[in-house]
Design a protein around this ligand. Structure first.
Ligand code: PLP
Length: 423
């Protein structure tokens, strides 16, 4: 009997009792390798002494101060660090407590920017059919995950959607990668024109798709094309790096590898690496300048914005990543992981695709490899993969869904950056 509303209302999961390095131990002393970092969160593994020490220091010094009265040294330092690492032009940071809040904040910041710019008629976000942006109402509305949205559909704003950049299933056999990419960009342009460019606020996308599709990197040039279209029509490009950001793909921001500087970036998960709940929205200076010169305030706010202990944890995580040169390790270990997955599953008849970037990797599961036909819809498949992995002392993140009427299942892997390959 549990009074907690767990993910499944029908069963209570094992009790996590302790965690150190790449392992979590349950109350029956079973150890699990955290190969999914929870849900791509625990980038430094568990119990990292430097992060714990930084949190202790901050708790002793000042555990909480509300941002309507004070700023803190640690929040300022973290913002400075994020800006220093961010794509060109990003100069402002708004702290929140997680990924959905970050996306909600990003949408509101984009809207307020146009509102203060005298463009009140702009109210439309365009997003992709294959996407997950969070579970709060705004973030859920832009996300494309049908089963998450269905029950809440009457509460959600209308969002025109375009095809995801999903080469494994989307590119025709007779198409080159460039032709496929151009088709996607043409579709986005048509969606902008159909909505009326003067009504569109922005285009929202995950640079590397995480939960709804499984570690899908874009084709070369896709995001450069997206950015060019956004510029041409005067709309904002909002990158959701909640899962793929903060070093997970081998660069601090995944979009760096696509040589694009978004207008707004949402981050969370790896920012606090699970030590504290924290997310952030990073914005181009011009966006925040418009608000500064207009109303003088961002019309938003939560009680725990810029929580000092969360900022201390996130700052320590960033310092460890820099000091231990972990970004280079992620790139290197990502290649090793890809090679090992290829050796183990490259010819498996139920593995259609092995893909990802850095240490955000996935296997796409198929019923029949040559035809790419998926398994019939069933949550049992995911439950079984998870259960079998847990029984062997391994945490992986199986998921699935329907995109463009086509089902897909995958197993996500997001091991801590400190994991070693043994070679
Ligand atoms: N955006 C992306 C890309 C995500 O993967 C997630 C969570 O998985 C979210 C937003 C929502 O983040 P949170 O669960 O912290 O609210």
């Amino acid at each position: 009997m549990s009074h907690v509303i767990h993910r499944s209302l029908r069963e209570v999961p094992p009790v996590a009792d302790s965690a150190k390095g790449i392992f979590i131990r349950d109350s029956e002393d079973n150890a699990y390798i955290d190969a999914s970092g929870g849900a791509a969160v625990s980038s430094l593994g568990h119990g990292h002494p430097d992060v714990l020490a930084a949190m202790h220091r901050q708790i002793d010094r000042c555990a909480y101060a509300h941002t309507s009265f004070f700023t803190t040294e640690v929040a300022e330092q973290l913002a400075d660090k994020l800006v220093a690492q961010a794509p060109p032009g990003i100069s402002a940071v708004y702290f929140v407590s997680g990924g959905s809040e970050a996306m909600e904040t990003a949408l509101k910041l984009a809207r307020q920017y146009f509102y203060e710019n005298g463009e009140e008629q702009r109210s439309v976000f365009i997003a992709r059919r294959q996407s997950y942006h969070g579970n709060t109402l705004g973030a859920l509305a832009v996300g494309g995950n049908e089963w998450r949205r269905k029950a809440f559909a009457p509460l959600l704003m209308d969002v025109p959607r375009v095809a995801p950049c999903y080469e494994y299933r989307g590119r025709g056999e007779d198409q080159t990668v460039d032709e496929y990419t151009q088709d996607l960009l043409d579709e986005l342009e048509s969606a902008i024109v159909r909505a009326g460019p003067e009504k569109v606020i922005g285009f929202v996308a995950e640079p590397v798709v995480g939960a709804t599709g499984g570690a899908i990197p874009p084709t070369p040039g896709y995001f450069r094309g997206v950015h060019a279209l956004c510029d041409r029509y005067g709309i904002l490009f909002i990158a959701d790096e909640v899962m793929c950001g903060m070093g997970r793909t081998g660069t601090m921001f995944a979009i760096e590898q696509d040589e694009v500087a978004p207008d707004i970036i949402a981050i969370a998960k790896g920012l606090g690496a699970g030590y504290q709940p924290i997310g952030a929205v990073l914005a181009q200076g011009a966006i925040v300048d418009r608000l500064r010169q207009g109303s003088g305030a961002f019309l938003h706010g939560h009680t725990y914005v810029g929580h000092p202990v969360a900022c201390a944890a996130a700052l320590a995580v960033q310092q460890v990543i820099e000091r231990d040169k972990l970004l280079a390790q992620v790139a290197k270990r990502g290649l090793s992981l890809r090679r090992m997955l290829g050796e183990a599953f490259g010819k498996h008849h139920h593995v259609g695709d092995i893909r990802g970037r850095g240490l955000l990797m996935a296997l796409e599961l198929v019923h029949d490899r040559p035809t790419k036909s998926p398994f019939p819809a069933s949550r049992k498949l995911h439950a079984k993969v998870k259960e079998q992995a847990m029984a062997r002392g391994l945490m992986v993140y199986p998921m699935g869904g329907t995109i463009d009427g086509q089902r897909g299942d995958h197993v996500l892997l997001a091991p801590p950056f400190i994991a070693t390959t043994g070679d």
